[in-house]
Design a protein around this ligand. Structure first.
Ligand SMILES: CC(C)(COP(=O)(O)OP(=O)(O)OC[C@H]1O[C@@H](n2cnc3c(N)ncnc32)[C@H](O)[C@@H]1OP(=O)(O)O)[C@@H](O)C(=O)NCCC(=O)NCCS
Length: 187
């Protein structure tokens, strides 16, 4: 299996990210931000990188601006851009604000899917969460998202329950806890 690496978002590798946006890939799985990001990226690449990964606030799908949580954001690379994964958190607590459904989010571009990349990426980011003092993280996914559920389970996820997404009416979500200690079940 090809090994992937997690890399810090950076200007040199931005063309791969730009290409993915141009193909209609959205790094945000709740709202499609591909066109909006593409326009901002092409207008000013350096500012774009700063705003997406470093600005003190972010805009929710409903338009509200909320403070950005501390986060560790990575691009997934197999030599080419494959997707993103990020860990966000409130220091010193497992709690998250209601606007943030889980500690870790990820998305793989369609042409790099089904190669085990998301499973590997989650495995690689767990020590990052551990280094921030978290012995476990919560991850949520749609009940219908079989791929994401398998990614979480392959990393030792324990189902904690289901809930209905506050803004996506009728969408049942699964909530998992994933330990950051150890490798989870062999896979
Ligand atoms: C979910 C997602 C990140 C999985 O990425 P991936 O790199 O293809 O995942 P993996 O290759 O590690 O596959 C994990 C498992 O899911 C399975 N899988 C992958 N895509 C699948 C699909 N579309 N339907 C059913 N199963 C799928 C794989 O076969 C694998 O199963 P296995 O463990 O039995 O071998 C990717 O489909 C994606 O980006 N989806 C859109 C965004 C998203 O849903 N993000 C998660 C939000 S919680």
């Amino acid at each position: 299996m090809t090994t992937i690496t997690l890399i810090q978002p950076n200007l040199d590798d931005l063309p791969g990210y730009e290409h993915a946006l141009a193909q209609g890939w959205s790094p945000d799985t709740v709202q499609d931000v591909s066109q909006e990001q593409l326009e901002r990226l092409r207008r000013d690449p350096a500012s774009f990188l700063h705003e997406v990964y470093g600005s003190p606030t972010l805009r929710l799908p409903d338009g509200r601006e909320v403070p950005r949580l501390p986060s560790r954001d990575f691009w997934i690379s197999d030599g080419e851009f494959c997707g993103r994964i990020g860990f966000r958190f409130q220091p010193g607590t497992e709690e998250l604000p209601p606007t943030c459904l889980g500690h870790i989010g990820y998305a793989i571009v369609p042409w790099k899917q089904r190669r085990g990349y998301a499973t590997q990426a989650l495995r690689l980011i767990l020590p990052v969460a551990r280094a921030e003092g978290f012995s476990r993280v919560t991850i949520t996914c749609d009940e219908s998202n079989e791929a994401s559920r398998k990614v979480i389970l392959a990393n030792g996820g324990i189902l904690d329950g289901t809930f209905v997404h506050p803004s996506q009416i009728g969408q049942t979500k699964l909530r998992f806890w994933v330990s950051t200690i150890g490798d989870g079940p062999a896979h």
